[in-house]
Design a protein around this ligand. Sequence first.
Ligand code: ADP
Length: 213
Amino acid sequence: MISILFSEREKKIIEIVKENQPISSEEIAKLLNVTRAAIRSDLSILTKSNVLEARPKVGYFYIGDIDNNVVLEKAEEIKVRQVMSLPSVVDEKMSIYEVIVKMFLEDVGTIYVLSSGYLSGVVSRKDLIQALVGGKDINKVPVGIIMTRMPNIVMTHEDESIIDAAKKIIIHQIDSLPVVEKVDENGKKNFKVIGRVSKTNVTKVFVDLAYGD
Ligand code: ADP
């Protein structure tokens, strides 16, 4: 686990341990004004990720070196616009069959679905397989029927950091995020799809940084 995934409280615990080590969990909890039980899972995450070490009857020690992690510092500055790919989009009236063909031809795992040119949903490989297994008439049924629909779409924007976009991908257990631009039309909020950030984009950022590209 890497430091970008630590919560604010976990980061505070790291600071407390650095300044007061060795320190017991009770003392850490006291300094944070919470119960010992409340920080049990934070301490477990921090020890499992080798940032803290728990020595029985002594207390917690700081053993990580997350401050000097140049890769992570740089990653925090990288914005979605620098790494996004072109999106693959279809209209929600397109048949499931046509979307499957498009997914193969364009070699993507997720297609964004539009209604009147604006984001209305997302369709993934699993959604399409489910439609096939469920015996839908894929030549007739439009993709709009089987997609995951707004407002349940998790999105990003060009100026978001790649770290925050990556967190969304992990938290929501999805493969990609549409990169959108908000358009206000007669008081109604619409989203224009201008890109895609996938697990592949994010992985590439870390590999490039690790090799100093
Ligand atoms: P798959 O399961 O096909 O490998 P995903 O993990 O991306 O692909 O998709 C899992 C489910 O989440 C699918 O039902 C899909 O429609 C939905 N989904 C994919 N991307 C998003 C997103 N950005 N926002 C909301 N739902 C999404």
